[in-house]
Ligand binder design. Structure first.
Ligand SMILES: *Cc1c(COP(=O)(O)O)cnc(C)c1O
Length: 344
């Protein structure tokens, strides 16, 4: 196979050779009976890495978020979340379908839910209003920004003053922790539950973690069964997750450095505007002054040169760095893009 440079997302990462070996050799059992030693090891390790009492292995980040909502709420509750959050925009409306809750989206100029924005979104105690019981935050944010610790602390305090449960969609929790230069538990202490993905920049083939108190995770485990997410000999998958947590969290800074390098390189291309206000993780966002015809042709033209990118979304292009792309690959991407834009 020719070398393909895939910068569409960090979800495209291949499991590492060490993961494939660990998967082949993992001792397994029926996890619904609690009998899979590899899953049990992963869940204990994940709880420790997340700074929570307990953790649950789930098939996807979406299921982890939805289990959190289902476990924190009752039907008819209102749940506050960001307007551009994954839970609001990218989970097929699951919170309404599966948990019967109303999502109350908050508009924010930088997607961060500040305490005053939360105050404005919590519904009054009134016969006409559903009770607001839960807040869902995101860190790192899908826009590539990272929420600082002091803001997390203040928003958590505001949520608690209203008696809310706080769930964090931390699909890229370890990217956020690396960007803030703190261990992940420094972030998760301002949450009641957290979901993070093993399958993105951490390179596991499948799986996410939902972590929280022992009592919360026990109820989430039952809800996972309800949703059909009780898996059997899934230690085969958990084995890769253990390596994701033990080894792959340690190299995320490299992806961030590569993204920073790419931002600088792309900024030298005429008519290309890199968005770098506060982007701190493995993502590069930019816009182009070029005619729509030129911009829309880019994915197909780059593919002819062995480079996979996503098309424009909301007027922007996004490139994502990962374990599977080197600095040299990114230099090739920048050179090809520059040449194509010059051609017009
Ligand atoms: C990818 C992602 C998810 C969901 O993960 P899946 O495993 O794709 O379901 C949730 N939240 C954010 C911010 C994500 O980037």
């Amino acid at each position: 196979m020719p070398h393909i440079i895939d910068i569409r997302s960090d979800t495209v990462t291949q499991p590492t050779p060490a993961m494939r070996r660990a998967m082949a050799e993992a001792p397994v059992g029926d996890d619904v009976y609690g009998d899979d030693p590899t899953v049990n090891r992963l869940e204990a390790l994940a709880a420790q890495k997340a700074g929570k009492e307990a953790a649950l292995f789930v098939p996807s980040g979406t299921m982890g978020n939805q289990l959190a909502i289902m476990t924190h709420t009752r039907r008819g509750d209102a749940v506050v979340c960001g307007r551009n959050s994954h839970i609001f925009t990218h989970e097929v409306g699951a919170a309404a379908v599966l948990s019967g809750v109303l999502l109350d989206p908050v508009d924010s100029k930088d997607d961060v839910i500040y305490p005053d924005l939360l105050e404005g979104a919590v519904r009054e105690e009134d016969i006409h209003c559903p009770p607001t019981t839960t807040l869902c935050i995101e860190n790192a944010l899908a826009c590539g920004r990272v929420v600082p610790l002091d803001v997390m602390e203040q928003t958590y305090a505001a949520a608690k003053s209203h008696g809310l449960n706080v769930h964090m969609d931390g699909a890229r929790l370890f990217n956020a922790a690396v960007a803030l230069n703190v261990p992940a538990p420094e972030l998760t202490r301002y949450t009641d539950s957290v979901m993070f993905c093993l399958s993105k920049g951490l390179c596991a083939p499948v799986g996410s973690i939902l972590a929280g108190s022992r009592e919360f995770v026990a109820r989430a485990r039952k809800n996972r069964k309800l949703l059909g997410g009780g898996m059997r000999q899934c230690g085969i998958l958990a084995a890769a997750g253990i390596i994701a947590l033990e080894e792959m969290t340690c190299r995320l800074a490299q992806d961030h450095d590569n993204a920073a390098w790419l931002r600088q390189r792309l900024a030298t291309i005429p008519g290309l505007h890199v968005k770098d206000q506060g982007i701190q993780i493995n993502m590069v966002f930019f816009t182009l002054d070029h005619p729509a015809r030129v911009v829309e042709a880019l994915p197909a033209k780059l593919l002819e040169r062995g480079i996979k990118i996503n098309g424009v979304s909301a007027g922007e292009l996004r490139f994502v760095t990962s374990n599977d792309v080197t600095r040299e690959d990114l230099a090739v991407v920048a050179d090809c893009l520059e040449a194509l834009l010059k051609e017009g």
